[in-house]
Design a protein around this ligand. Structure first.
Ligand code: HDD
Length: 647
């Protein structure tokens, strides 16, 4: 019995020992797992908080750094130091974007493009937050929310892009006739640019320039691209969206990477206080342009973009633009929409960047010598105002202060009657375009209104166009099955503004692209010579073949018939020593022709093109057996042959 008890005692002890060692190990493991590991894990698995909310508008975009150089002093108009001292080189950050598109949607949707520039001047940051269209849909900020709802994704379905809510958009447009002018621009080729590098930028609003004596001028800002203003055609835009949704962003990124730095000249339209009522439009109305023929654009400097971002999230996502970020010498005007914008952008940045300290984020910090306890991150204070211009006075205490001038009374608060003239400039825009541009506009209206599901919305949209142009309204109505308007309500014709067409723009071969399509083994020496000529003219090229392969030390077929679409290139050469041409190759070549682009042919059997729409005798088609290659390069510079007849 005693033995049994001893055995029992021993076994209990043994169990206890085992348990205690297990407990010790578990405890140790638990200790290791608790604080340290949990913390490590918490820090490592951070993807769920590595994003910030996307911008509610203009979410899809890309940024780049550069510089602005002034050509001559503008001290007659402004005291802003970056506009008065030509020896200053002002760093800039620019973000291009698409207005209604969410992040991740394709760049080539028909959408107004954002063109926002942050000038890091020695007096603080000046943000020019503009678009590639010179006007806006509305002039009353209270309607902005309605507009946003109308252009953003279908409210019920939350489809990720805004190409679906046609009924929403046309309902808004038809009920708010002040949108007429902007809608014409939106339906034009302007909203499907070939490249961010080939579009104009506009500050849209009227600002004030104030000189040292306190005299003010009204001003509108314009960016003019050195490569000219060029667009895609709608069919290309849709195809590119499928093959390369980042087409415009990638184009900018690669141009800068290659050293083909994009450039824009900055232009100003200036109107003195005394002349502000001399026009048949109100100069404060953001739905109106100041026709360049009436108020010429004075070119004052050049911006060059020369550096891509290192970290898109920290730089491009965190950059916060604000039309109220101004420097002494530039002020807002009484443009009612601009006044409304000033409030909204602070809210937007506080929400998106999680707090009011968004100005301390490096990309948003001014790099001027004036610092205060809000923006000084360096741990020491630099005197707030060090020059005469900024010296603290009892009034401004060194902070930004509005000029005190006025127009013999209160600043203008009311809107003049011309704000209600919604159609004259819409008509002027239409009439100033070339016939092929007008045709594109008709096709765009047909596509966009044709997508509406409601018959009533279609009819209302056509009635809306009928106030601008009766012929256009009839054509659209006929195409989309809407009620043909029986009464001609179009506004009386206004004088033309030739600056509005893109037909007279700069045309250069620089940075244009060519698809070299191979069908069979090419004459390598000939091909190398052609490629050298392209490179000399700064023309980009891709060689496309059945499969990827190296041709010689210099040349490589890097794309295949199925990885690309002709829409991604500005021109094409078909080199076909083979007697027959596969249908995929014929399609690439034919679509180059159909999209009015230059096409060069070095083919053994031209009869294989007989069943396509290509006509050898048409403009912009070069048979390289008889034509010098240089002529094809001239064609690339011209870019499009609109007179070409397509069956
Ligand atoms: Fe705006 C962003 C341009 C009217 C409210 N706007 C934003 C951006 C551009 C413009 C280019 C993107 C900036 C970037 O790249 O980060 N907006 C314009 C133009 C307008 C205009 C040219 C008319 C002339 N905007 C406008 C109004 C309001 C806003 C009337 C509101 C009252 N805009 C905003 C915003 C955004 C913005 C909600 C969205 C994301 C952001 O600010 O940072 O505050």
């Amino acid at each position: 019995m005693q033995k049994r008890d001893d055995d029992y005692e021993r076994s209990i002890l043994a169990d206890k020992k085992i348990n205690s060692s297990i407990n010790k190990k578990t405890k140790k493991r638990q200790e290791r797992n608790t604080i340290k590991q949990e913390l490590y894990l918490r820090e490592k698995v951070n993807f769920d908080s590595e994003q910030i909310p996307e911008r509610v508008l203009y979410a899809n975009g890309i940024g780049a750094y550069g510089q602005f150089e002034l050509y001559e002093s503008l001290e007659e108009y402004t005291k802003a130091s970056f506009l008065t001292n030509p020896s200053n080189i002002t760093p800039v950050f620019v973000r291009f974007s698409s207005m209604q598109s969410s992040r991740g949607t394709n760049d080539t949707q028909r959408d107004v493009k954002g063109f926002a520039t942050k000038f890091y001047t020695e007096e603080g940051n000046f943000d020019l937050v503009g678009n590639n269209v010179p006007i806006f849909y509305i002039h009353n900020t209270r309607k902005f929310h309605e507009l946003v709802r109308a252009v953003k994704p279908d409210l019920n379905q939350e489809f990720v892009n805004g190409t679906n809510p046609h009924d929403q958009f046309w309902t808004f447009a038809a009920k708010n006739p002040e949108t007429a002018h902007m809608v014409m621009w939106q339906m034009s080729d302007r909203t499907i640019p070939r490249s961010y590098r080939m579009m104009e930028g506009f500050g849209v609003h009227t600002f004030r320039l104030v000189n040292r004596k306190g005299k003010t001028h009204f001003v509108k800002f314009h960016w003019k691209p050195s490569l000219g203003v060029h667009s895609l055609v709608w069919d290309e835009a849709q195809k590119i969206g499928g093959k390369n949704p980042n087409f415009l962003s990638q184009d900018l990124l690669e141009a800068i990477k290659k050293g083909d730095y994009p450039e824009w000249e900055l232009g100003l339209q200036l109107i003195s206080e005394e002349d502000q009522f001399s026009y048949d439009f109100d100069i404060l109305d953001p739905t109106k342009i100041w026709p360049e023929e009436d108020v010429p654009v004075k070119i004052i400097g050049k911006m060059t973009l020369n550096r891509n971002v290192d970290n898109g999230f920290l730089e491009t996502e965190h950059v916060a633009f604000h039309p109220g970020h101004l420097v002494p010498g530039i002020e807002i005007s009484e443009d009612p929409l601009l006044q409304g914008r000033i409030l909204s952008y602070t809210d937007a940045q506080v929400e998106r960047l999680r707090g009011p300290n968004f100005l301390q984020i490096p990309i948003n910090q001014p790099i001027c010598p004036f610092q205060n306890n809000n923006n000084n991150n360096n741990g020491f204070l630099i005197p707030q105002a060090t020059n005469e211009q900024q010296a603290p006075t009892p009034k401004n205490q060194g902070f930004f202060e509005e000029s005190q001038e006025n127009m013999g009374g209160n600043k203008r608060g009311e809107q003049t009657e011309s704000f209600q003239d919604h159609y004259s400039q819409a008509k002027q825009f239409l009439n100033s375009l070339m016939p092929y541009e007008q045709q594109h506009l008709l096709e765009a209206f047909t596509y966009e209104i044709g997508k509406c599901k409601s018959q009533e919305v279609k009819n209302n949209a056509v009635d809306f166009i009928n106030h601008i142009d009766h012929y256009l309204a009839n054509k659209v109505a006929d195409n989309v099955g809407a009620k043909i308007p029986n009464k001609n309500l179009e506004v009386k014709s206004t004088k033309l503004s030739p600056a509005l067409t893109m037909a007279d723009t700069v045309c250069k071969p620089d940075t244009r692209s060519v698809a070299i399509i191979l069908n069979g083994t090419p004459n390598t020496q000939q091909l190398t010579e052609w490629v050298q000529q392209l490179v000399e003219h700064k023309i980009n090229y891709s060689i496309i073949d059945k499969k990827v392969h190296r041709i010689n030390e210099m040349l490589k077929a890097s794309e295949t018939y199925s990885t690309v679409d002709s829409a991604q290139y500005d021109s094409a050469i078909l080199i076909s020593p083979n007697p027959t041409i596969p249908s995929k190759v014929l399609e690439l070549v034919e679509m180059t022709y159909v999209h009015h682009k230059p096409l060069a042919l070095a083919v053994l059997s031209p009869e294989s093109l007989l069943y396509t729409r290509i006509k050898m005798e048409e403009q912009g088609v070069y048979d390289l057996t008889f034509t010098e290659f240089e002529q094809f390069i001239e064609g690339i510079a011209q870019a499009r042959f609109w007179e070409r007849i397509i069956d």
